[in-house]
Design a protein. Structure first.
Length: 242
């Protein structure tokens, strides 16, 4: 499952796809990549972690999907929970693994990226925002939350014809309590969807004064394959941020 290709569920789900062949229906904030820092000799675990973060950036970060509509923007600031689902923030965990220069620099880069992305979402929505990456001990279990104090439209998936030779949908919108999740089913022709073939692309919960999204950044982890796990973490963040 780790080699599974994640097919985007909708042009609006990932701003990074706006530059490709998929149509974009609204004006969205565009990310501009900053130059990479000079190469330094780092430990294997840091090198692996950097590869994970770069790979995640290649498929985009979980930006809120469109300009805000009729929601009421609140001026209350947002502060990231210290842990989410038992996982530490990515600007804390590297130093917990090893408090040396390479790990401190990696943590600082994570913090700088989250701050810049927070500023961009806040500017796009005109409301307090938060982008925070979380990562586990081995750096392979990572996810990112994006929150803003206003309402966001619901998630959407593209239409699929039923005579496409597949026994189930490639893209699926599933409701888990108050959380909506966009899933991708990696199916061969006439193959039924099963949990081991399902990936979570993005989950969201929203009301008139708050929206929280969660996007898994690693394969073969519970939040990557189980929408109920993603929904539980969004509900946990919701309770701490609302």
């Amino acid at each position: 499952m780790g080699n599974k290709r994640q097919t985007p569920a909708d042009p609006l789900i990932d701003i990074a796809l706006a530059s490709k062949d998929l149509p974009v229906t609204q004006d969205l904030p565009v990310l501009v990549e900053t130059p990479a820092p000079p190469r330094r000799s780092v430990s294997p675990v840091i090198a692996a972690a950097i590869g994970l973060v770069v790979g995640a950036a290649g498929v985009g970060v979980p930006w809120l999907l469109t300009t805000h509509d009729t929601g009421v923007a609140s001026g209350l600031p947002l502060q990231a929970p210290a842990t989410l689902g038992g996982v530490d923030k990515a600007d804390v965990q590297p130093v917990k693994v090893k408090d040396d220069l390479a790990h401190r620099q990696f943590a600082e880069r994570n913090a700088a990226s989250d701050r810049e992305n927070t500023n961009r979402v806040a500017a796009a929505y005109g409301a307090p925002a938060l982008v925070q990456t979380y990562t586990a001990v081995d750096f392979a279990h990572s996810f990112q939350i994006t929150a803003v104090r206003t309402h966001a439209p619901g998630l959407a998936i593209p239409y699929e014809q039923k005579d496409n030779g597949l026994a189930g949908p490639t893209n699926e919108l599933r409701q888990v309590g108050d959380v909506s999740c966009v899933l991708h089913n990696d199916l061969a022709p006439f193959e039924e969807p099963t949990p081991d073939k399902t990936s979570v692309l993005l989950c969201q919960r929203t009301d008139p004064g708050l929206t929280v999204q969660l996007k898994p950044l690693g394969d073969d982890t519970r939040e990557h394959s189980d929408p109920a796990v993603c929904a539980a973490m969004i509900d946990e963040a919701w309770a701490k941020l609302h």
